[in-house]
Ligand binder design. Sequence first.
Ligand code: NAP
Length: 312
Amino acid sequence: MYDLIIIGSGPAGLSAAVYAKRAGLNMLVIEKNPVSGGQIIDTYEVDNYLGIPGVNGFDLAMKFREHADKLGAEFADGTVTSIKCKEEGTDTKAPVFTVVTDSGEYDTHTILLATGAHHSKLGIPGEEEYIGKGVSYCATCDGAFYKGKVTAVNGGGDVAVEDAIFLARFCEKVYLIHRRDELRATKVLQDELFSLPNVEVIWDSVVREIKGEDKVKALRIENVKKNEESDLNVDGIFVAIGIHPSTDLFASFVNCDEGGYVIAGEDGQTSVPGVFVAGDSRKKRLRQIVTAVADGANAVTSIQDFMVGKEK
Ligand code: NAP
């Protein structure tokens, strides 16, 4: 029986693991993916994490994991399928939750939801059909397959612009397709993008269909200002239209907002006593590695207070 089960091993979960071990909590991290680190393992370069400018996302994730391992954090592989809330007995140390996974069940006094977020999909014809055959959500993972080819990136945020810059290093041509006439990405990224000779931005346009035979051949694009449709020949498309919180399993268990983000303040306390949230799945303004790491630390502080309250 654990004091704390952390679900998810991205920056929030790993930060929480470090703080929990240092606080002497008997804890377990349950991770779905074989590699810890969450979204950052797909990030080519992280340039805004204090003290380590330009670090590769995968390398940073490995450092986070090594730190947790060094302190003796316990990890288990598994996908959580449900959380059962048990009746609290007369013994105040009795377990109150059972976390059920596809590889085992674990009893715990408290839970930290640190499941992060995943890539949003376009939901257009051809998208599902050509995943892995020209449709990708991760330029750093799949970009190398497109050396000397023509690719498109869809989106106008930091990730889309970073992906376009990354692909431009080895693709013959990169189109950045954005639905408005202004990018959302930070200025420093925009400046770099606009300096690249093999990148062309297609403004005010949405991708309506991904066409191909065995693999992607073209995109059906609509210019929403001119109401004109045309085909753009590409070998691949990288979809970078934002993220969606990975909270579907918990949406009926804790209060979430209309976007699926778990509602909690900086202390991470959700609508269910004993259940906390940290990282990108929490409703908050800024979702960055630094805020995820801070969330993990804050949540463990709240969990310690909660455990002390239980023992009184
Ligand atoms: P994002 O900032 O939410 O940007 C999503 C982009 O996709 C927006 O430009 C949006 O258009 C567009 N979009 C959304 N739905 C669309 C649809 N159905 N069809 C076409 N376009 C659509 O997401 P992100 O770029 O994935 O970044 C996620 C978070 O990570 C952000 O907070 C970002 O700042 C952060 N991040 C930071 C860094 C860094 O600091 N180095 C790097 C990567 C990510 P509109 O602009 O019109 O809404």
